[in-house]
Design a binder for this molecule. Structure first.
Ligand code: NAP
Ligand code: F7E
Length: 333
């Protein structure tokens, strides 16, 4: 039986990945931080077979201890401060968690191997945000980076470091350059979930307006449950590598809004207002993936279309609001 350690286990991707690895017969450990992480009861209920180990990406010693305890065959580094606007407000925290955190995990793996060539395989959650003000469209593995936020800069550091550990220490280390991927488990601060939760609340009479920022930004949105299969597949290759993962289709925020309101039979124009507070200091206008390498080498393809994703998220939030009208938190970020 293989053992995997997943950082970012309480996040959207961490839960889908853990479920997938367990379904393949893995023993899965999730790294959790804090003295009383509020997401633990939810996590236990969702994935009863998951084991936990303590650790924080800001604390090198805790990562060394976690890797020594778990002795994983595979480490998936999904932990990060992942909300882009926070990166302008707390840039040093983001640099340390999202950027230097990668170094700390890689060092913990290297130290556990007695400074030899680590046998443990490593996955880094790189991001299409590294392309930022994109030099070409669609973006592929060798498209130059032009990050537009401290988050994108931190991800570029982690990306190059992963390549460097592959080349310096012969590690099986891979980077998945993932484009935006969403699900009913997406945090409410991200635009898709903010829209799906608000549409559900508007439909059920609990909210009247939805305030958004830039409606013209375009993203390549896929389903998170599809994307975790690609992460695992990368670590099963003979050698580590970098792979762009996305659908190859871009849609604007406005198109997402239109589809979400259509799903419940409402006209978005009657409910959506724009608000300067949600405009970013520097925007990423258009991201669209060229995922042909992943298709060719990993046999990976997305399974959920844009329309299906919107419907899945709106339907899930309608269910959430009906079941528990007070519990659904709609982000004001
Ligand atoms: P997410 O839902 O925001 O989850 C982030 C995770 O990181 C949470 O489990 C959080 O744990 C953990 N974390 C934050 N600070 C930490 C620290 N100091 N030590 C340990 N863990 C810490 O993110 P996601 O959407 O699942 O994304 C997974 C990864 O892929 C992230 O690295 C993200 O940057 C990257 N990515 C995401 C997308 C996307 O579209 N979703 C696209 C490209 C790349 P707590 O519960 O303790 O806060
Ligand atoms: O914004 C626009 C906003 O916050 C998408 C993270 O997972 O994917 C994610 O980063 C777009 C932007 O995601 C609002 O300006 C308009 O253009 O959902 P988002 P993101 O910034 O693309 C990448 C790949 C990651 O790696 C990140 O970790 O939507 N937008 N109005 C808004 N965005 C938000 N959040 N809220 C609004 O009201």
């Amino acid at each position: 039986m293989k053992t995997a350690l997943v950082t970012g286990i309480t996040g959207q991707d961490g839960t889908y990945l853990a479920e997938y690895l367990i379904s393949l017969g893995y023993q899965v450990y999730g790294l959790v931080r804090g003295q009383n992480n509020p997401k633990l009861p939810w996590l236990h209920e969702l994935i009863p077979d998951l084991r936990l180990v303590e650790g924080d990406l800001l604390d090198q010693g805790s990562l060394i201890a976690a890797i020594a305890k778990v002795a994983p065959d595979e480490v998936y580094n999904l932990g990060s401060i992942s909300f882009v606007p926070l990166a302008w407000k707390q840039p040093e925290l983001v640099a340390s968690t999202t950027g230097l955190g990668v170094l700390r995990v890689l060092e913990a793996i290297r130290i556990a191997s007695g400074n030899g060539s680590p046998r443990c395989r490593f996955y880094q959650a790189s991001s299409s945000e590294m392309f930022g003000k994109a030099r070409e469209t669609p973006q592929k593995e060798d498209t130059p980076f032009y990050p537009r936020s401290p988050y994108g800069v931190a991800k570029a550091y982690g990306h190059y470091l992963t390549i460097n550990y592959r080349e310096s220490y012969g590690m099986h280390a891979s980077s998945g350059i993932l484009f935006n991927h969403e699900s009913p488990r997406r945090g409410p601060e991200f635009v898709t979930r903010k829209i799906s939760a608000s549409v559900a609340r508007i439909k059920l009479g609990q909210q009247s307006k939805l305030a958004l920022g830039n409606l013209d930004a375009q993203r390549d949105w896929g389903f998170a449950g599809d994307y975790v299969r690609a992460m695992h597949q990368m670590l099963q290759q003979p050698e580590g590598g970098d792979y762009v993962i996305g659908t190859g289709e871009a849609h604007s925020v406005q198109e997402f809004v239109e589809a979400a309101f259509e799903q419940v039979g409402l006209d978005w124009r009657e409910h959506v207002v724009t608000d300067e507070r949600f405009i970013r200091p520097a925007e990423v206008d258009l991201l669209r993936a060229d995922p042909r390498k992943a298709e060719r080498e990993l046999g990976w393809k997305p399974g959920v279309s844009f329309r299906e994703l919107v419907a899945m998220m709106v339907d899930a939030d309608l269910h959430n609001v009906r079941e528990n009208p007070d519990a659904l938190f709609v982000s004001t970020l």
